[in-house]
Design a protein. Structure first.
Length: 144
């Protein structure tokens, strides 16, 4: 690809796109035109796929609306998107979560990622760092 095309694409790409992954719950605010009026519409759901292609990047968000699964594909750098907000981080081990389409109810839930703290950074007087006692103590403090 020529340098001119790369430069034009770089100028058109949004710089304020937050970092999110499949499994994360996001809220996407999109500009909707109804007749002569323009308003913001929020679409909140779970990211089930991300397609990274520079300016042509896209992601798919799935939500359940009135008992029916609704999926919407958003172009990441589209001017129609006003904002993307990450509501919750999900712990998944796949890049594409298409298996959620067949699941309903509790089986469609995604575990939440808890804040990870490196045990080497925590020091308690008289205990070596990373000891099992420290892990149990930390879990008790956090109410887990």
């Amino acid at each position: 690809m020529s340098n001119i095309i790369k430069q034009l694409e770089q100028e058109q790409m949004k710089q304020d796109v937050p970092s999110f992954r499949p499994g994360d719950s996001v809220e996407v605010k999109v500009w909707v035109v109804e007749g002569s009026k323009k308003r913001l519409q929020a679409f909140e759901g779970v990211v089930i796929a991300i397609r990274n292609r520079g300016l042509h990047s896209a992601f798919t968000v799935r939500k359940i609306s009135n008992g029916e699964g609704v999926e919407r594909v958003f172009q990441t750098h589209s001017p129609v998107i006003d904002s993307i907000t990450v509501k919750r981080r999900g712990a998944v081990r796949k890049a594409k979560l298409y298996y959620l389409r067949e699941r309903t109810g509790k089986s469609a839930r995604i575990k939440s990622v808890l804040a990870k703290i490196r045990l080497g950074d925590i020091q308690i007087k008289g205990l070596p760092s990373g000891s099992p006692f420290l892990c149990a103590e930390f879990a008790e403090i956090m109410g887990r």
